[in-house]
Design a protein around this ligand. Structure first.
Ligand code: PLP
Ligand code: COI
Length: 337
């Protein structure tokens, strides 16, 4: 694949030159295979098709001004995929195999890592699926772990320009004791109806409330929610949101900037008290929010049409580490040799 217009890439699927795969059979992982095909062959009764035995990850590689390629916090994605595997009873991918697969697939597709000044990056999508046939509801006896990559631009089309969110109380993305805290495909299928309604009405994502009481802020579409209130970085504590690696990193950076980090329940009415609001995630990076519309009460909360100063500072710090422009004191990045 050859790309010339790096600056106008959106967030979409593109077939890369190579992907890597390995199969778990008879209780063990086989060797990593390199493929140039975008197809896989699976039994028609594979558990991933019928019962959603599937998990995925999302992380990125960045080309620095120094030309080096850095992958961000892949050990954390490895751990999260292990928790997802436990949650839907799949074979776990050891961290060493996970990181070996990522290094290999990024190196193989080196020419697809966008140039430093394009604002784009290489999105890395590991996936783990039940590949064995089963018709009773029980775990497969074979699994496929594969990693695909593609160059991407911003997930929300506005990029770092503020976007709008909407609250609809009639949808839940995940149950309090369900699968919301792991990264399994079913959560995303369950969010499509509400997500499409939001998009049709001009919003970039749904801001979910907690499923039990509809009192507290929960997940923010495909990202975590955070807010700035005075000198505090506030983010929801909930059993049903995905522990975001971006959010974990921002909490550290906010604390390093001298801010107080509050990881707690956030009553929906508190939206009126925030100075800045944002969504964060690998795909979303930091998306500042300018307006949240509570559709059930016809109420709106406004945060200004320009990114707030704390959002800007956090964004610059995070991007600085990812692109190797700033020191990386916690060893978050891995250089692909
Ligand atoms: N929440 C959901 C539902 C997500 O899909 C993602 C994306 O991975 C996130 C939050 C952000 O997580 P991370 O920062 O690890 O990408
Ligand atoms: C990510 O941020 O990596 C995600 O997985 C979000 C979305 C594209 C599903």
């Amino acid at each position: 694949m050859e790309i010339t217009d790096w600056k106008n890439l959106g967030f979409g699927y593109l077939k890369a030159d190579y992907n890597v795969r390995t199969w778990h059979r008879n209780g063990q992982w086989g060797p990593l295979e390199v493929s140039d095909s975008e197809h896989i062959t699976l039994p028609i009764a594979a558990t991933s098709f019928h019962y959603g035995q599937e998990a995925f990850e999302g992380l990125k590689a960045f080309r620095g001004q120094d030309g080096k390629i850095r992958v961000f916090r892949m050990d954390e994605n490895a751990k999260r995929m292990q928790r997802s595997a436990q949650g839907v009873m799949m074979a776990e991918v050891p961290t060493s195999l996970f990181t070996e697969a990522i290094k290999k697939v990024v190196k193989l597709n080196e020419s697809l890592v966008p140039p430093f000044d394009s604002g784009a990056s290489l999105y890395i999508r590991p996936m783990l699926i039940g590949a064995g046939a089963q018709i009773g509801v029980k775990p497969a006896d074979e699994y496929l772990f594969a990693v695909i990559v593609m160059p991407v631009g911003p997930y929300f089309k506005e990029g770092f320009k503020p976007t709008d969110l909407v609250i609809y109380r009639e949808y839940d993305r995940a149950a309090p004791l369900g699968t919301g805290k792991i990264k399994v495909g079913g959560n995303y299928a369950a969010s499509m109806v509400a997500g499409q309604r939001a998009h049709q009405n001009g919003f970039s994502a749904v801001l979910y409330l907690d499923a039990r009481e509809k009192k507290y802020i929960d997940e923010c579409g495909p990202a975590n929610f955070f807010a700035i209130k005075g000198n505090s970085y506030v983010t929801p504590k909930s059993e049903s949101i995905l522990p975001s690696i971006t959010n974990m990193s921002l909490r550290q950076l906010a604390s390093d900037m001298g801010m107080k980090v509050e990881d707690r329940q956030i009553p929906v009415e508190e939206l009126a008290d925030f100075d800045e609001v944002g969504a964060c995630g690998t795909a979303a990076v930091i998306s500042p929010i300018k307006r949240i519309y509570d559709a059930d009460n016809d109420l709106e909360y406004n945060y200004g049409t320009e990114p707030g100063k704390v959002c800007v500072a956090l964004y610059e710090k995070l991007r600085g580490i990812q692109y190797g422009l700033e020191p990386d004191p916690y060893g978050w990045t891995t250089i692909i040799e």
